[in-house]
Design a protein around this ligand. Structure first.
Ligand code: B4P
Length: 192
């Protein structure tokens, strides 16, 4: 199996690049942001609970997202591999993911971390906010808080994978195709 964590701050291009990677490598896409937004649209109990955090730019509690990932892994027993997009976002989530995968006799092969300057993150998120209707992209205070929460709670996940020798930094500035090329190079180097 090929299991990749696609990592980076809000607006780094995780969702954009994940769509291209799954097409090229035939992996299953697991985006906690997408799953949470689907729950929100369905007005499920989980979605209504998650909204309280997402609307402030805070992280949804670990127990909620870990449970979501576990059920998605169970729903895809034949997968060639997974791309984890926006997960793990805390060290507790990273540890839980390792445990879930080891029960399935597999592991994370690579963590690809997109590096993008803060001004560009804000520009991209505000751009998306104008067309997507996502409320968390439309308010500069929420965007600033998401970046702050990333630096405080999510960036330490880099150390977790670096200690396992799985962390690769990828320049996330430039065109979508240029960045995709860099990600593919890193994946192909790891496979060969
Ligand atoms: P996510 O859905 O993961 O939101 P994101 O980080 O903003 O998305 P992403 O990084 O994929 O967007 P992209 O750059 O592709 O999370 C939303 C919320 O859900 C979180 O704030 C949190 O509350 C909650 N949540 C999710 N997962 C969680 C977890 N594990 N634990 C707890 N809470 C969790 O796209 C941004 C824009 O940039 C797009 O418009 C795109 O077109 C554009 N873009 C991309 N690449 C570009 C490029 N190279 N040049 C120019 N524009 C580009």
């Amino acid at each position: 199996m090929l299991n990749i964590v696609l990592f980076g701050p809000p607006g780094a291009g995780k969702g954009t690049q994940a769509a291209k990677i799954i097409e090229k490598y035939g992996l299953v896409h697991l985006s906690t942001g997408d799953i949470l937004r689907a729950e929100l649209a369905a007005q499920s109990k989980l979605g209504l609970e998650a909204r309280k955090y997402m609307d402030k730019g805070e992280l949804v509690p670990d127990s909620v997202v870990i449970g979501m990932i576990e059920s998605k892994l169970d729903q895809n027993p034949e997968a060639k591999g997974f791309i984890f997009d926006g997960f793990p976002r805390t060290t507790a989530q990273a540890k839980a993911l390792d445990e879930l995968l080891s029960r399935k006799k597999t592991t994370i092969n690579l963590m690809l971390a997109l590096e993008v300057e803060k001004d560009e993150l804000v520009r991209r998120l505000q751009g998306r906010g104008k067309i997507s209707g996502r409320t968390d992209d439309q308010d500069i205070n929420i965007i600033e808080n998401r970046i702050h929460v990333y630096n405080r709670e999510t960036a330490p996940v880099i150390d977790y994978y670096n200690n396992q020798g799985k962390f690769r930094a990828v320049q996330g500035m430039g065109s979508i195709e240029e960045i995709f090329g860099r990600l593919c190079d890193a994946i192909d180097r790891m496979k060969n």
